[in-house]
Write a new protein. Structure first.
Length: 634
């Protein structure tokens, strides 16, 4: 048996925190300059300067959310801003704050009309900078982004369908500094892999926040529709300042310009609606135009269908996707197949308009790694070497494509990777399991896979969450659907009452503990009962019993998280942003690359909430500042 602890913790683990402290420097400085700044500012010096990571060149993401008290104006503190940057808020040409704001990135304009127009200006070394873009107005507490459902149809076997807005992702598709939305449309006859039957085509749109549709991609009849078939990644892979979009494609896929990939007439569906023959491609699309820039053979090929665990087409077509900084500075695309039995993960670079495969990991060549995958993956620098690893469930793959560790605890439906226990060095993973002979839930050292605590076997434990939702206990609380109580990071039960939700999380109100996001509402956990903070109006959740939003994360404004739900009639994406003030100032989470890549993989199969590389919660230390590089600078 492979030793799951074969990568022991180093003798001096605090070095990881020294590396984190180095991220408190100004973005884009040289190592020598960074150390000089550290000496001047009194910030801790790192043993080795952190490598700058490529991030998006963002605008302020300025928002104005109308409340009963006025307008909450909120904006981004960018990683490229100085540590001591201050801000002035303007309504029209009138400055609202008496002195520059230094401790927060939001401002309540009491009594203001919902139509008030705002800009914000950074103040650096006492000098006011140019005004930001004008604020997006959330005049009724939310902002609608108009969308247009594709026309429905009828699949073979007289299966009629219409379209529902499903999972979404974000990226700057046109390089203007504002986030755009990539939306997957799913037909109402979409299927789980275990279900036979024909489906309508999967459609993907690129949409700006004003509702302008940049392009529409039709994946065609040879890509079956459902949660496990199409995982799409939106990221600036080549560093040109504009995000690309990567997806698995097939014969008949039509790109955003109308061009067809492969054969337009081929129909590889069998009589049960499965697609088990014909070519499979990986395509990189231009994020601004939707044009297919290159298609290569999907890795791995399906090969013999039954070799993946069944002969009818369930396990062979289980796909996962992600984005990882495998070299420590630039993002690579992760595309994978399989997790119940064989698991294969391929890493790709997109440079100069073409794919290059960096490595391929195959559980067939790595003892103890088969059957260890989840319905999602996570990406994080778990071993503290500055390069990302792929946490695939009960196993992790190193940045070089070698197996890092495996617990052999098997497949599960949910996992969380982050700094869940701030009292110990490094990151942790909390995971629930399906195998009735294995622990029903467990927390592990994300560096080594060493299980720190677990709960007894109990059958299929389908849901589990970990996050600091309660200030009454230090660190993240963890709970799951089949295990009693709420546990602290050491595994001890600290509350007998579990939250009403075992689903998603969101930072929503003014403190640093996280809230519960489930269905179309957000709640605050309490030991005697949860408190409703938001109920979405006229919206629907997605993915059946998973009840997930299209997307949730720090998309606009300060570090708190937005929630995007489709309206009930699927004619708009309704974005909610917090109406609560906060005195906490944190660099935009979009510039923390663990969090940013988590937004990219959130749409993968069973969606899970993002976690940053550092702890946010009750009594948290001063948050670190990431070391970053802007596009075209690497």
């Amino acid at each position: 048996m492979a030793d799951p602890h074969r990568h022991p913790r180093t003798a001096s683990p605090p070095w990881r925190y020294q590396r984190r402290s180095s991220k408190r420097l100004f973005g884009g400085l040289t190592a020598a300059t960074a150390l000089a700044v550290s000496a001047l500012t009194g910030l801790p010096q790192a043993a080795h300067a952190a490598t700058a990571r490529q991030v998006e060149r963002l605008d302020r993401g300025l928002t104005s959310v109308h409340t009963g008290s006025g307008n909450l104006v909120s904006w981004r503190w960018l990683a490229t801003d100085p540590n001591d940057v201050a801000f002035n808020v303007y309504r029209g040409g009138t400055r609202l704050n008496s002195s520059p704001l230094t401790t927060s990135t939001n401002y309540l304009d009491a009594g203001a009309a919902d139509s008030a127009d705002y800009t914000v200006r950074a103040v650096v070394n006492g000098v006011e900078q140019a005004p930001s873009e004008h604020a997006l107005q959330f005049r009724t507490g939310y902002k609608d982004v108009p969308i247009s459902p594709p026309s429905g149809g009828t699949s073979p076997g007289n299966s009629p369908y219409t379209y529902e807005a499903n999972d979404a992702s974000v990226g700057d598709l046109d390089g203007d500094g504002a986030m755009d939305i990539v939306l997957k449309w799913q037909p109402t006859n979409a299927k789980d892999n275990s279900q036979s039957g024909y489906t309508g085509n999967t459609i993907v749109d690129g949409v700006k926040l004003d509702g302008t549709r940049l392009w529409r991609i039709d994946l065609g009849r040879n890509i079956r529709s459902g949660a496990h078939y199409t995982q799409f990644q939106v990221y600036d892979y080549d560093g040109d300042g504009k995000a690309e979009v990567a997806m698995k494609t097939a014969d008949g896929t039509k790109d955003g310009t109308g061009a067809v990939i492969g054969s337009s007439s081929a129909d590889h569906r069998n009589s049960s609606g499965y697609v088990l023959s014909g070519p499979e491609y990986l395509t990189m699309f231009n994020g601004q135009t939707g044009k297919a820039m290159q298609s290569v053979d999907y890795v791995p090929a399906r090969g013999t269908v039954s070799s993946w665990g069944d002969s009818y087409g369930n396990r062979v077509d289980r796909f996962l996707a992600g984005t990882a900084y495998l070299d420590g500075s630039r993002p690579s695309l992760i595309m994978a197949r399989g997790y119940y039995t064989r698991a294969v993960i391929a890493a790709w670079d997109w440079r100069n308009g073409k794919f290059t495969r960096r490595w391929t990991f195959d559980s067939n060549a790595n003892s103890g790694y088969a059957g260890q995958g989840n319905h999602q993956l996570s990406v994080a620098d778990v071993d503290g070497d500055g390069k990302d690893e792929v946490v695939y469930g009960a196993m992790a793959v190193d940045d070089n494509g070698n197996g890092l560790w495996t617990t052999r605890n098997g497949h599960g439906d949910a996992m969380h990777v982050g700094d869940l226990d701030p009292s110990r060095p490094g990151l942790e993973e909390f995971k629930v399991d399906e195998d009735s002979s294995k622990p029903s839930s467990w927390m592990a050292d994300a560096r080594t896979g060493q299980v720190l605590w677990s709960t007894p076997a109990g059958g299929d434990n389908g849901r589990g969450v970990s996050g600091d939702i309660w200030s009454g206990s230090a660190g993240a609380e963890s709970w799951s659907s089949l295990v009693s109580g709420v546990r602290n990071p050491k595994g001890a039960v600290v509350s007998s009452r579990k939250p009403g939700s075992t689903n998603f999380l969101a930072w929503w109100d003014g403190d640093t503990t996280r809230e519960l996001l489930d269905g179309t509402h957000i709640d605050k956990y309490g030991t005697s009962g949860d408190t409703r903070l938001l109920t979405g109006s006229g919206v629907h959740s997605n993915n059946g019993t998973k009840s997930t939003p299209s997307l949730s994360g720090d998309i606009l404004g300060d570090w708190r998280e937005e929630v995007i739900w489709p309206t009930s009639n699927n004619t708009a994406l309704r974005i909610y942003s917090t109406p609560y003030q906060t005195n906490t100032r944190i660099t935009t989470l979009l510039h923390d690359t663990q969090y940013r890549t988590a937004l990219a993989w959130q749409n993968t199969a069973y969606n899970q909430p993002p976690h940053p590389s550092f702890f946010i919660g009750g009594n948290m230390p001063t948050p670190p500042r990431p070391t970053v590089a802007l596009p075209n600078s690497l």
